[in-house]
Ligand binder design. Structure first.
Ligand code: ADP
Ligand code: MG
Length: 421
């Protein structure tokens, strides 16, 4: 299929109401429309979904979208249905459907109405679904959150490893598009190898967030007082404070409240009603600060979060990048402050000690990277981007002076020490 840029833009406008493509979207979409294998690596919020949604709508046949979370699939299906007269344009196929619903889905696919079929990997492996899908016209298979394939990713799902075999059974030469926000070279290699995409064209967006300021402070027994001071200096601004344990979340929220900071706690131990109440209070700016475990953040889209504090060091650079990434979405200021004490690392190691050996080894390797980040004296932005396989010019790059080490370089000998080590 060959399409002019005008065709593409008018489809973008017609179906999604956007007047221009974001970042690499247009190149990616051209590649998918050309029936080539495609690998897309873009940070969260980069606009990956459109890279398969638009070509799926434009191409003949049904695109299968593999996605790990039912909630994510439902959101996307609802959004796609909103752009069309035809409800059947997008469907989810999973085990919760009734017989009648399954019949409807199959009918819509057979009649060429369904452009996007969302499935969890475990539904795709079901024999009856494979039998049905190999008989219909498929445009391509999109594997969203493709890092789930890799044990080095933050969300390993063994079922993702069977996808290649299934896709082979669905037909010959079905193009694949893999998408992820995990930029580490190890995870990328795993994805390419496991999905058999050695010939895929790779599209990788930059992970640099030049408006975020990165800082690490040593964690002492006065950490709470230090946080209170920081928050008071930033009064009226929205911020998230991450703690490792639920207990600490509640304690710190209380300490902040007692000290006149408007804060709410958030963790998965609260019931759904309480959680959504606190979340709304933060989103509606009835409070400035939410003190939370990592349960808070998935799908939260508050553009003007001005600081993200880590009371405890996170378990990997990957997690740190995701969590700090919630600051400064609007392009404005975003201060990312982490408190670091080696004994917290030992705590994280202890958490892992009950797990299978292979998992522990990976967990420890990831942990050593975040320790190196905390202890480094080079540009923190350079460190993070290097971890993601990206070069960063710490003198002229965008955001070059936006971290503690670049603003206040350590004495030369000390810095040299760390480079050698
Ligand atoms: P990702 O999957 O990469 O995290 P999404 O696909 O969820 O990102 O998209 C993030 C946001 O960007 C969504 O709100 C989406 O509507 C928006 N978006 C995507 N493409 C465009 C575009 N070309 N113009 C404007 N907004 C866009
Ligand atoms: Mg996505």
């Amino acid at each position: 299929m060959s399409l002019t840029n005008t065709d593409l833009h008018s489809s973008l406008k017609k179906y999604f109401g956007f007047s221009k493509f974001k970042g690499l979207q247009e190149d990616v979409i051209q590649n998918v429309l050309g029936d080539n294998d495609t690998f897309v690596i873009m940070p969260t919020g980069g606009g990956k979904s459109l890279c398969y949604q638009l070509p799926a709508i434009m191409k003949e046949g049904t695109a299968i979208v593999v996605s790990p979370l039912i909630a994510l699939m439902k959101n996307q299906v609802d959004a796609i249905r909103g752009i069309s007269e035809q409800n059947g344009i997008a469907h989810v196929l999973n085990s919760s459907l009734t017989k009648t619903e399954v019949r409807q889905v199959k009918e819509d696919i057979t009649n060429g109405v369904t452009k996007l079929l969302y499935v969890a990997p475990e539904s795709l492996t079901k024999e009856e679904n494979v039998d049905f899908l190999k008989k219909v016209k498929l445009s391509f298979v999109a594997v969203d959150e493709a890092h789930c394939i890799s044990e080095w990713g933050h969300d390993f799902r063994p079922e993702y490893r069977n996808l290649r075999g299934i896709i082979n059974r669905l037909g010959d030469n079905i193009p694949i598009i893999g998408l992820t926000a995990t930029a580490t070279p190890k995870v990328q290699e795993d994805i390419i190898k496991n999905l058999g995409m050695t010939d895929a064209k790779v599209f990788k967006a930059s992970f640099n967030r030049p408006n975020l300021f990165y800082e690490v402070r040593p964690k002492t027994k006065d950490v709470d007082a230090d946080i209170i001071r920081f928050v008071k200096q930033n009064q009226g601004k929205s911020g998230i404070i991450y703690c490792l344990s639920r207990k600490r979340v509640e304690e710190l929220a209380q300490v902040l409240q007692v000290n006149g900071v408007s804060a709410v706690p958030y963790h998965a131990g609260f019931d759904a009603k309480t959680r959504s109440k606190y979340q709304d209070m933060f989103l509606m700016e009835e409070v400035d600060v939410v003190v939370a475990t990592i349960a808070f953040g998935m799908g939260i889209d508050k553009p003007d979060v001005r600081f993200v504090i880590h009371h405890d060091i996170p378990k990997s650079i990957e997690s740190y990048y995701q969590e700090t990434g919630r600051a400064g979405r609007d392009g404005g200021e975003g201060h990312c402050l982490a408190y670091y004490a080696y004994k917290d690392v030992e705590k994280l190691e202890k958490f892992m000690s009950g797990k299978p050996v292979a998992e522990q080894e990976i967990g420890n390797a990831l942990l050593q990277e975040i320790v190196a980040y905390a202890e480094t004296s080079i540009s923190r932005r350079k460190f993070i981007l290097h971890y993601f396989g990206e070069d960063f010019d710490e003198v002229n790059g965008e955001g070059a002076d936006m971290d503690d080490n670049s603003r206040n370089p350590k004495p030369k000998e000390e810095a040299m020490d760390e480079v050698v080590k």
